[in-house]
Design a protein around this ligand. Sequence first.
Ligand SMILES: [Cu+2]
Length: 674
Amino acid sequence: MRMKLIIGAAVLLFNLIGLKSRGQEDSLSKKSITLHEVVVQSDTRLRNTKEKRQGADLQISTDQLLESIAGVNMIRRGGYAWEPTVRGLNAGQINVTISGMAIFGACTDRMDPASSYIEPNNLQSIAVSYGANNQTYGSTIGGGFNFKLKQPRLDNEQKITGLAGVGYETNAHSFQTLAALEYSDKRFAVRGNGIFRRAGNYTAGGGKEVSFSQYSKWNGGIGAVYQLAPRHHLYADYIQDEGWDIGYPALLMDVAFAKAKIGSLTYQYKPDNDRLHSWETRWYYNIINHAMDDTKRPKDQVPVHMDMPGTSQTVGFYSEAKWGLDSRNHLTTRLNGYSNRLHAEMTMYPENAAPMFMLTIPDACRDVIGLDVSNKSEVSPKIELIMGVRTEYSGSSIYSAEGKQLLSGIHQGSLNRSHLLLNAYVNGQYRFSDRWMVYTNIAKGMRSATLQELYGFYLFNRMDGYDYIGNPELKNESSWNLGTGARFQKKVITMEGQVFAYLFNNYIAGHPLADYSVMTTGAYGVKQYSNISSAVLYGAEATVLVKPLSFLQVKSTNTYNRGQDVKRRPLPLIAPFRSESTISVIVKGYRFDATPVYSAAQNRVSYEGYGELPSKAFFIMNTGIGKTVKIKPVDLDLNLRVLNIFDSYYYEHLDILKIPRPGRNIEIHATIRF
Ligand SMILES: [Cu+2]
């Protein structure tokens, strides 16, 4: 049955990347890591192994799953809702979508990246892009993630399938339980899934408790497919995710609740036609409700009590068609559009005065419509070429009178902005022989400033300690993304290396404003988003996989990034050299693994420019043991992991305020599948 799940995953994966489905084993989009049910794939050659992991991977968090991807580092503000970065780019520089649906967090302090509202239990695959390409559902300079929802399958051999699991972690006394159930018939199938997680405060290496690192959440999803007629299918998906009592030790406030409701309806047509292979249209809506909370903090940490709620609503669609031009050329066209509305407010309650109310994101709205056209061609058996363009219109405005009134006090003239964006890319690969291949990609990416960057009103950034105000005069940020790599494969060894360089124009960053006084007590000053004429980011990634014996495998992933702006100041939130290796052994059905992780110090920081301080090097060791037991009719996956076995005190460079990561942690996960 597991095999079938993997084949199912693979089939859907091929659908996801469209042109891949004609059986080209080595297309540019092939890189994937197959987890038990979640497939992580990226658009580079880097991730050249297919790892079959076990049910326990549905129990680890989306954040841990993302962190395991080469080139992905997480910005951490506590134990919950880490924010992903791709090769040092984050927030508006990358796109995060769920099955092509645009979704934006509601928090002004970046407490709730879109990835915090989905669970591995909801997912079929995670596609990672490192720049503009045919997998990103939007204009981008740094790529991003598309989380593909798991959909029920029609006419499954086994009518009812499912899973259930429990997990416990000693460090934060965290507990979780999850389940999924799928019913499959000839013309109708439905899948429901749910997870509950609760964690207390965790303890750093050495034994110090990290206050305000607790969280609780549940997530539930339901998906259904109905066959309207042969080749015509209707899909409906709904996810609800609710977190509460979430601590953020790196921030001034915690979260009372963070709620998301994400729904969509999809019509899919797969004609029996050489020209048009498939046509899929999705309509969607999502709403996020977020409320910060400082009432649990000690009085001396809260000079003025505040309420800071926010909402984000997005309604949108995409329509994607895949065409066969001839036997060698496969075309994908996609039209997508959405409208996002952000509202965030703050009410301060000074002790002996009347409450003060203000908007922090003053009812900002973005309307986007874009067209993608890409073609993949097999020029010869050795050469493959993917080329594409995206044009996008992006309009930004303020939709309420209060919002307009607030901003008219600091910005002159009309607040409406419209931007025309153009993304283009060429990816090519050449196979010298069965062993050697090389590939190269060039992309021109462009993005408009986010609504926070255009219209934000005193948004406090804990990283540099400044209040930020938006700038409607911001120009589009653009980049040239260049990359090239090679892959060598011979019997027991596979090696792959790639280098990349991103050249930015109009890089967006905060610029100090002298004459403004701060809103947040204790802030160092006020910055305004502005364009820096240019910046560069470059780096390298290398992976080695050795399989000397049938039961032994060693895989090592090494990454390095380096960036600086036109004033030669190092760019912020750039991870230092990092090396992670996994040694896996399988003996008599038992899976053992050991993972040493090393990170170098990061001394390339700019305190003047970006408020960053150097970070120390660290080394930690994780280890695990697992076994799958067949007890008819179920498979039972048992996993025990010991993370940070030496109980080292450490933090990563992207961890805000250098809040330490957890010390020794023993995880026990049990999952049954049927
Ligand atoms: Cu928040």
